[in-house]
Design a protein around this ligand. Sequence first.
Ligand SMILES: Cc1ncc(COP(=O)(O)O)c(C=O)c1O
Length: 362
Amino acid sequence: MGIEKLIRKDLLAFGGYSAATSPETLDGKIDVATRDIVKLDANENPYGCSPRVQKALAKYNKFHIYPDDGQERLRKAIAGYAGVDVNRIVAGNGSNQLIDLLLRLLISKGDEVINLTPTFGIYSFSTRLCDGKLVELPRENDFSIDVGKVKSAITSRTKMIFIANPNNPTANLTLEADIKALLDTGVPVVVDEAYYEFSRKTVVPLVKKYDNLVVLRTFSKWAGLAGLRVGYGIFPPEIAAFILRIKIPYNVNIAAAVAVEESLKDVDYLMASVNKIIAERERLFTEIKKIKWLKPYPSKANFILCDVLKGNAKKLYQQLQSKGILVRYFDQARVKNCIRISVGKPEHTDALIKALRQIGGE
Ligand SMILES: Cc1ncc(COP(=O)(O)O)c(C=O)c1O
């Protein structure tokens, strides 16, 4: 029997998500030792997690016991940080998992999801996996959203509009007035605030007014917990109750739960790292601007998108990789021939700028 007959037809040509390169996979392929690789390709936190997390996990002695499936303590701690009622919160295995769960909950075959491109790839990835119909609308030249165009794309089958705010990979914010205008349509709007701690702009205060607003956040970026996979959603309470029912049991592992609780006891420490990253973002921007063949876009996140004005972005990505510096490249509408650079420590900026100057023959 051909295995292909068993597989959902719409997934036969599904390319999957292209995740960032793990440094260990480059072992032996480039002349740089894995430990010396400068990883600026996944918007991770170069300062790592709170030392309280390391200590608590080293001491923890109940890894043989399942975590609390209802996430009671975890949800309470997150609710305190986010400043919302605990009945709105659900934690996920990364905020990615909450995107998937929300789509599974709301999408029946053929329902439409509006995606404002270029944007974070998981929205389209999960929509396709959940058998939804993607309605992709390009952002404007300055990466803003034309609310009129979005409204006219809404049909009786539109079940969700995704807005990453700040957007990945473009790093810009959407005006709150535009988000409100979309919320006023009554269609569920997901505002993904993965980079909130770097932008300091949030629509969380709107959750009481709009019962069609979902806000997603993550501990991957500001709290340095990307490897432990934990994010959360702030949902209308009825939706949160459904998400808790349809999630797989124990979706957040105990190490992640302990790490979140400790991180939330050490917010000042983590915010000091965030502040260093914000300061470095501005220095990185200034340094990139001095390179004539790159055009950086202003950023409200922990990464900077750049147009490659001379040469090919993919080639530049490869050249940087061979020097042990990892970035992402993009070659799609609105971000044709672009690279995205995560903000690292000052020494990472220095290494990157040196490599760019060498590549440019300066
Ligand atoms: C906009 C956006 N949302 C969500 C995520 C992923 O978050 P998590 O690690 O919590 O799944 C990312 C990661 O790059 C992102 O850019």
